[in-house]
Structure formats: C-alpha cells, structure tokens
Design a protein around this ligand. Structure first.
Ligand SMILES: *[C@@H]1O[C@H](CO)[C@@H](O)[C@H](O)[C@H]1NC(C)=O
Ligand SMILES: *[C@@H]1O[C@H](CO)[C@@H](O)[C@H](O)[C@H]1NC(C)=O
Ligand SMILES: *[C@@H]1O[C@H](CO)[C@@H](O)[C@H](O)[C@H]1NC(C)=O
Ligand SMILES: *[C@@H]1O[C@H](CO)[C@@H](O)[C@H](O)[C@H]1NC(C)=O
Ligand SMILES: *[C@@H]1O[C@H](CO)[C@@H](O)[C@H](O)[C@H]1NC(C)=O
Ligand SMILES: *[C@@H]1O[C@H](CO)[C@@H](O)[C@H](O)[C@H]1NC(C)=O
Ligand SMILES: *[C@@H]1O[C@H](CO)[C@@H](O)[C@H](O)[C@H]1NC(C)=O
Ligand SMILES: *[C@@H]1O[C@H](CO)[C@@H](O)[C@H](O)[C@H]1NC(C)=O
Length: 562
C-alpha cells in the first residue's frame, strides 16, 4: 500500500491531492503587453474546484487586467439577505458594502495617482442580472485546444515536470479542465513540414502503404497518454480533421493552391479517414469526431492569401463526397460511433454552405452530427448567421473548432505576452457563441514558442500558453488562458445553459453574462466587465434570492452557488 502511494507520488509529482486546498497562486510577471503567470518545473498556479458547503454559499473567482488571476472570494447569501443595489461614488475609498468587493484596492489604485483636483465623481453603474434556471438551453460537450505537430514538437523539448505542468494546467480539474483536443489527420500548417499518409506509392486508391500511423502520430499518442494520466482524464474527446489529401489525389498535385480532390479518389479519401480512425483505435486512442475537412474554401478562393496545406471543396462537391462516400463508409464500419462535423470553416459561410449541400445531395446533411465553425471573422460577421443555421438544423451540435489571434494584417503576427485585450476578445467570443447555442469550443495551438511557431509557412500567431524555448525552463500563461478557463474550468460536460439576463441593451452593455446549471445542480455564471470602471451587479436568482457584487474595471468572473 505504502509503495503504491509512493509510486503515485512519483507519477503525479508534488501535487498529489491530499484533500482540498492545494491551490497555488499565479506567479505574476510584468511583460511587454501586461502580465503573464510564470510556470517552471517546480511551480505552477492551480485552483482547486470550489466546494460549496451549503445552499447559502457563493464563490466568486476573478481575473482582472490589474493582476487578479483566478482569485477566489467567498460569501453567503445570508450575509445581508436581499440587498439594495449599491451605487457608490467613484472616489469613495471607504466603501464597505454589504456585498463582495473583489479587489477593492486595485480598482481605486487606477486613479490613486491622480491629483485630487482632477478627481471627478463617476457614479458606478449598477446592472441587474436575473437568473432563471427553469429556462434551459443547450448542453456543454467539450472544451479544448489543438495538439498540432508544433505543440508536440515544442513539448518534447521540455523537462518532463514542465510538460506535466502544461498537461495539468490545461486538462486537470485544478487547471482549466479541458476534456478535448483537436488534431490533424496528416499535417497542418503548424507542423515542421507538410505530410500525409500514403504519399507513396502514387495513384494507389487501395492505400496499400497506409498500414501504420506516422512516427509523428506515435509521438503524439505517447504524449496524450501522459496527458490523460497526469490530468486524471479518462474520456479525452479527440476531434480530427484533414488539411489535405496526399498530392496524387488532388487536381493540382500540390499541397496548397487551387486544388480539389480528383473525383476518382472520392472513395479512397473516405477509406483514408476510416483507416486513420481504425489505427487510432488500435493504439487505444479512439477518435470522438472528425470533420469533413479543414477550411474547404482555402483551396477554392482562400489560396490567394493562404499558402499552407489545404484542399478545396465547393459545398456541392462536398455533399456528394459526404452523402455517397464518407458518410456511408463510416456508418457501415466499426467506427460508426465517430461523430461527423460539417463545414469546419468561417462563420461567414453559414448557413448558405449547408443550403447548397442540401441542394446537391438531399441526404448529405443527415450524415452530419454537428456543425463546426472557425472564429476568425466573428467580430465582423454577427451571430445571426449561426442562428439561421441552428434554426434549420436544431439537432446538430455546434462547436467552434479553431480560434487564435495574430492572423490579421493589422495584428502582431505572434505572441503579445500579457495582452489583456486579446483575452477580452476571447471572453467576448466565448460569451457570444455560448449565448447562441454553441456546445463547446476548441481553441487552436495549446502552446507555441516565443515567435508564435513553429509553422512551416511562417504563419505565426498567438496562443494562450507560450513556452520559453530558449531556456526551456518556463512557460507563460497568457490572459487568454484565463479567459477560456473562466468557462472550461467551471462548465463540465452536461452543464446546461440557463437564462442569465442583464437589464442592459446588448449594444451598450458594460456587463456581459452567460449562465449555466452544472450536473451537480449548482449554478455557474460567467461575467465580463469590459469597461475601465467598476460595476455593481445586482444578482437575483429566481430560486436562491438576491445578492450584490461590485466588480473591478476590466475583469472576468465566474460566480458559483447552489
Ligand atoms: C520556479 O518558480 C518558483 C516560483 O516563482 C521560484 O520560487 C523558483 O525559484 C523557480 N525555480 C527555478 C528553478 O527557477
Ligand atoms: C472559500 O471556501 C473554501 C472552502 O470552504 C476555502 O477552502 C477557501 O479558503 C475559501 N476562500 C476564501 C478566499 O475565503
Ligand atoms: C463628489 O461627490 C461628493 C458627494 O456628493 C461631493 O461632496 C464632492 O464634492 C464631489 N466631488 C467632486 C470633485 O465633484
Ligand atoms: C511507403 O511509404 C514510405 C514513407 O512513409 C516510403 O518510404 C516507402 O517507399 C513507401 N512504399 C512504397 C511501396 O511506395
Ligand atoms: C474494425 O474493422 C476493421 C476492418 O474492417 C478490422 O480490421 C478491425 O479489426 C475492426 N476493429 C474492431 C475493434 O473490431
Ligand atoms: C526566456 O528565458 C531566457 C533565459 O532565462 C530569458 O533571457 C528570456 O527573456 C526569456 N524569454 C521570455 C519571453 O521571457
Ligand atoms: C438596470 O437596473 C439598474 C438597477 O435597477 C438601473 O440603475 C439601471 O438604470 C438599469 N439599466 C437599464 C438600461 O435599464
Ligand atoms: C428578485 O426577483 C423576484 C422575482 O423572481 C422578486 O420577487 C424579488 O423582489 C427580486 N428581488 C430583488 C432584490 O430585486
């Protein structure tokens, strides 16, 4: 017994759970664009899942531009009962309200250096937040990020303890509780070079040389096994997508550019997907879902800007492939449990992509279990496009399957360490999608290097965790990591969205909110204050009663109660 406990300690290092309260705070470091939390082999920040002792307890976990990262505060609905909304003056340093004051000092600190004569009275706005758990919407399936070739490559250079902190930070309940990854079938641009299975022999529809996985897959599988052990995660939902077929299957016989699948290889391309699923299963790493292919429009129009692996589909062609080849091939196989997601491209292709598919093959959409969306242009194209698709296909899952910052011409193509604004973009995006029936979100690379790579076509971008590949002794958790974590950590699978509505109109909102009831019955509300002023929140839950909060400027919160 004793020796087994020791071996567990060995596997899980210093952090073996002994009861609760092993939370460790963020080691905040000032960086060029704000602050990051620093992790090394012997230290990383974690937060135990809050345990609610009774129906009166309320727990607020907060992150803010001024330096809070998952800071926990506790109070009770009984403290003052149903409370009056506070509306105190901005300069009132002695404000001690009958409410939780998260980071009161920091909120005032912003103006602490301003001479008194410049001080002005800003009345802090109060927003009503009404929670009705009897009004229920979609369920959460999964949150995660992509385990690309680049991620795998970076991780294998790190000391094992640091790798473990990364896995634990993302996938353990004490980290941000991810339960899912996305991976490419073959390579994506976040690889050291383009590759696919059965590149040789050419013109071989029987895929005679696709009998094993690639060595790069085997490395990922070893890493994923470690990840699951460290994170104590049994059910890792793996979502897979192909960027391109081997070049001989394509009209242009190249990895990128204007190129589509040759029609004589439609069955071979379906078999290729099945082969991958079978080989993954044989390695005890079964795949949960596939998509019909990453960003199909890149190989039709996007190739003008995009120079990485892609394969073009029009919706009409893809419907034929899905309806006549991929769908039947998967459903008739022993991989029929694998879900199929459609589109896997930008929001602006919704819902017309699916209407065109239906026009080409009326049965094709029946093979789709879900709809996959990429986030990149969401700030320009509103959620109505998604609402329309959801109305037409209400029983299909909705997942965001890719997001990162740094791809636009006006953005830094790479990490901006500590940038709170990039975290806020994620915060707004996750709230918006969750308010529009999304079941989960898969972010892009879990980690990247200081440059935002490696990427074989120099398509550098940001990621929620950046590894110091110079020293190989540290990684940096960006504000984006905490933005995602305010959702993923507190919304386990099967959480149901409930009504949580503010009395602000959406276009002038200081406070954004989305609410869930979790499988254990407790409520988790995610709140976002995007203004440079604190805000008072008058929470009223139809079952639990009323409670007041004052939240600091530029901050995010998850409020948990029974
Ligand atoms: C790791 O981080 C902790 C906390 O910041 C620090 O005390 C310790 O010295 C660091 N270890 C190394 C080897 O830098
Ligand atoms: C909140 O309550 C939990 C569990 O009762 C406790 O572990 C934690 O220390 C408390 N946190 C604060 C900030 O009081
Ligand atoms: C702010 O409001 C308080 C209370 O109403 C008042 O006493 C004070 O003079 C005001 N300060 C300024 C700078 O207007
Ligand atoms: C099978 O693929 C490997 C590369 O993965 C290649 O070296 C080999 O030549 C291929 N075999 C045939 C018969 O083409
Ligand atoms: C699934 O089917 C494939 C091919 O038909 C076969 O090789 C494989 O052994 C089967 N796997 C299981 C788990 O039944
Ligand atoms: C990475 O570590 C090296 C060596 O400690 C240090 O000089 C460098 O500033 C670090 N990089 C970042 C982005 O912090
Ligand atoms: C929302 O409610 C608060 C508190 O009752 C009130 O002060 C505020 O004016 C309301 N906002 C709107 C837009 O009605
Ligand atoms: C909370 O809402 C209920 C209705 O659900 C209402 O009766 C009650 O007055 C509200 N409490 C506060 C403090 O606004």
């Amino acid at each position: 017994m004793k020796s087994c406990w020791l071996c567990l300690l060995y596997v899980f290092g210093l952090w073996a759970r002994r009861g609760a309260a092993l939370s460790t705070p963020c080691q905040l470091r000032e960086t060029n664009y704000g602050s990051v939390c620093v992790c090394n082999s012997s230290y990383c920040d974690y937060l135990d899942q809050p345990i609610l002792s009774d129906n009166t307890q309320i727990v607020v976990i907060s992150s803010s531009k001024n330096g809070l990262r998952f800071k926990q505060a506790n109070a009770s609905f009984l403290d003052k009962g149903a409370l009056e909304v506070q509306d105190h003056q901005w300069i009132d340093e002695n404000f001690v309200a009958d409410s939780i004051i998260v980071e009161q000092d920091k909120a005032w600190l912003q103006f602490a250096n301003v001479p008194q004569r410049f001080a002005f009275n800003v009345s802090i706005k109060t927003v009503q937040l009404t929670v009705k758990r009897e009004l229920r919407y979609q369920k959460i399936t999964n949150f995660g990020g992509a385990f690309t070739g680049s991620v795998s490559h970076i991780l294998k250079q790190l000391p094992i303890d640091l790798q473990d902190h990364l896995y634990r930070s993302y996938f353990h309940a004490d980290g941000i509780g991810y339960n899912s990854i996305r991976m490419s079938i073959g390579a994506s641009d976040f690889d050291l070079q383009p590759w696919a299975y059965n590149e040789l022999p050419r013109n071989d529809p029987s895929l005679s040389n696709f009998t094993t996985l690639d060595s790069r897959d085997l490395q990922k599988i070893e890493q994923l096994k470690r990840l699951k052990a460290v994170a104590q995660l049994n059910d890792l939902k793996i979502m897979a997508a192909a960027w391109s077929a081997p070049t001989w299957m394509k009209s242009n016989e190249r990895w990128t550019g204007f190129g589509q699948l040759k029609s004589e290889y439609y069955q071979a391309w379906a078999d290729y997907h099945l082969k991958f699923l079978e080989l993954m299963q044989s390695k005890n790493m079964p795949v949960w879902a596939i998509s019909t292919g990453n960003e199909p429009l890149n190989g039709v129009i996007g190739f003008i800007f995009i120079h990485f692996m892609s394969m073009g589909w029009t919706p009409w062609q893809q419907a034929i492939w899905l309806g006549d080849y991929l769908g039947p091939t998967i459903k008739k196989s022993n991989q029929s449990h694998v879900l199929i997601f459609g589109n896997d491209d930008q929001r602006y292709t919704y819902p017309s992509w699916f209407r065109k598919m239906r026009a080409s093959r009326s049965n094709a959409l029946d093979y789709l279990d879900g709809l996959a969306v990429h986030w990149y242009w969401d700030e320009i194209f509103g959620p109505k496009l998604i609402d329309d698709a959801h109305t037409e296909m209400p029983n299909k899952l909705l997942l965001n399957t890719e997001s990162c910052i740094g791809d636009k011409p006006w953005q830094t193509h790479g990490p901006e360490l500590g940038n709170w604004g990039r975290g806020e973009s994620y915060m707004r995006a996750y709230i918006q999608d969750l308010l529009h029936n999304f079941n989960g979100w898969l972010d892009w690379n879990l980690v990247l290097d200081e440059q935002g790579g490696p990427n074989y076509v120099h398509n550098y971008v940001d990621a929620p965790v950046i590894v110091n590949t110079t020293s190989r002794t540290e990684f940096y958790k960006q504000p984006m990591y905490y933005a995602i974590g305010h959702f993923s950590k507190f919304l386990p699978e099967q959480s149901v969205r409930i009504e949580a509505r503010t009395n602000e109109t959406e276009s002038f909102a200081q406070l954004s909110a989305v609410g869930f009831q979790r499988p254990d019955g407790s409520v988790a509300l995610i709140l976002y204050n995007g203004e440079n002023l604190p805000v008072n929140v008058a929470l009223n839950d139809s079952q639990r009663g009323a409670f007041n909060l004052r939240l600091p400027a530029r901050s995010w919160h998850t409020v948990v109660y029974k």
